[in-house]
Design a protein around this ligand. Structure first.
Ligand SMILES: Cc1ncc(COP(=O)(O)O)c(C=O)c1O
Length: 403
């Protein structure tokens, strides 16, 4: 079993985006001990032949950044999301930053406010700050853990320019209500879809609801590269064109336009890998949903509060996150059975000094929920034995509580 101190370092480094080496080492350490939280080498084994062939093809092509593979992937990703176009960039954080800038949601030096959730990866709020905006945090719904539309409406001020709903853990935020509020107040909606590749509602996929959306292709995501990557998607050709200019700020076209861009490009090897994995995404999401169904069925009569959705398609189960009042005891029990769990997220963003100016009101639901969240292992390559080991361990915990 991993010592407690090492476990905390693992969680912290995962959350705070430590170096890939540290994280990979942590995953490997866990992989040798019971049920690992995630083991991407299994995913690689399923597609190894195609990936190796693609890497050889790109290497031989002499075209390594923003070439034909990137163009093809952008077309394929836009088609998958059901939107007009996609612009790939170097990370999900850059995608959100550039979407906020390309949409005009955030203007330089104007103190433009962007409403978002306190329960998300810190990169959501960091992207708002990077764009020059001020993140303002609204409370969440206790069951979906996504932005509460009523709280969003209460957080609107004359400085508000945009809403960034996060499709947390793979579950779509309440896009109908949020879009309605945005239309009423003349605000832009930029989806943070970093965790929701393939989630859908009302016949639309994540990424097709807002003025623009940002995706991350970080390796652990439902669609992940073999390194960093991200994409902005939108139905607005002018917005897409601005994003294309902003991602290469040193290009003569960008300089002529006067846009203050950056250098944020996707390379050909990542695009080639993403094209291979995109063909697997629906099947992999189906497997995620099936494991989630097994968990939810098995835990239905326990004291765990389970993820709920009216329509299963609205959830891509990037993570399977439960709530439990005795979360830390449950976690210690699972750790004793060598079952790895994580906490997404161990801190709320309005409590972080960097974003504290956006904490105007109390956020009681987020504050309560944050201490109770626990992510159980769930990924497309979790084996049947592992799934049942997790179920058995949770049920044993429940039995011991009832003794
Ligand atoms: C909700 C959310 N937003 C933004 C990001 C940032 O994506 P990236 O790590 O690719 O910059 C992540 C991933 O860490 C995320 O989970």
């Amino acid at each position: 079993m991993m010592p407690e101190a090492a476990k905390e370092i693992f969680v912290q480094t995962t959350m705070e985006r430590a170096s890939a080496t540290e994280r990979d080492a942590a995953f490997c350490q866990r992989a040798t001990a019971g049920v690992p939280f995630l083991d991407l080498s299994r995913q690689h084994r399923e597609i190894a032949r195609e990936v190796e062939e693609a890497v050889r093809r790109v290497a031989a092509s002499g075209e390594y950044v923003l070439g034909r593979e990137v163009e093809a992937f952008e077309r394929e990703w836009a088609a998958f999301c059901g939107v007009r176009g996609a612009v790939t960039v170097a990370s999900g954080t850059d995608a959100l930053t550039l979407a906020l800038l390309a949409s005009g949601a955030v203007r330089k030096g104007r103190g433009d406010e962007v409403i978002t959730t306190p329960l998300t990866a810190a990169y959501t709020a960091l992207a708002i700050v990077n764009a020059g905006g001020v993140p303002v945090f609204a409370d969440i719904c206790p069951r979906s853990f996504t932005l509460d539309p009523a709280a969003v409406e209460r957080a609107i001020t004359p400085r508000t320019r945009a809403i960034v709903p996060v499709h947390l853990y793979g579950r779509l935020a309440d896009m109908r209500a949020i879009s309605e509020i945005a239309a009423r107040y003349g605000l832009m909606v930029i989806e943070d879809a970093a965790q929701a590749h393939g989630a859908s509602a009302d016949g639309k996929r994540a990424g097709a609801f807002g003025h623009a959306a940002a995706f991350s292709f970080y390796p652990t995501k439902n669609l992940g590269a073999y390194g960093d990557g991200g994409a902005i998607v939108s139905n607005d050709p002018a917005l897409l064109e601005r994003a294309r200019i902003l991602r290469q700020g040193g290009h003569p076209e960008a300089l002529r336009s006067g846009a203050e861009g950056r250098n944020s490009r996707l390379d050909e090897i990542q695009a080639a890998v993403l094209r291979i994995k995109l063909r697997k995404l629906e099947e992999w999401n189906r497997r995620r949903r099936e494991t989630a169904r097994l968990y939810s069925q098995a835990f239905a009569r326990t004291s765990l509060v389970l993820p709920t959705v009216e329509d299963e398609a609205a959830h891509a189960y990037h993570l399977y996150v439960v709530r439990h009042a005795a979360r830390d005891r449950l976690r210690a029990h699972l750790d004793g059975r060598r079952i790895s769990t994580l906490i997404h997220y161990p801190f709320l963003l309005h409590r972080q000094p960097l974003f504290a100016s956006g904490a105007r009101s109390s956020l009681p639901i987020a504050e309560k929920v944050a201490g109770e969240l626990l992510s159980l292992p769930l990924h497309p390559h979790l084996t049947e034995e592992e799934t049942h080991a997790v179920i058995a361990a949770v049920l044993d915990f429940e039995k011991s509580r009832n003794l």
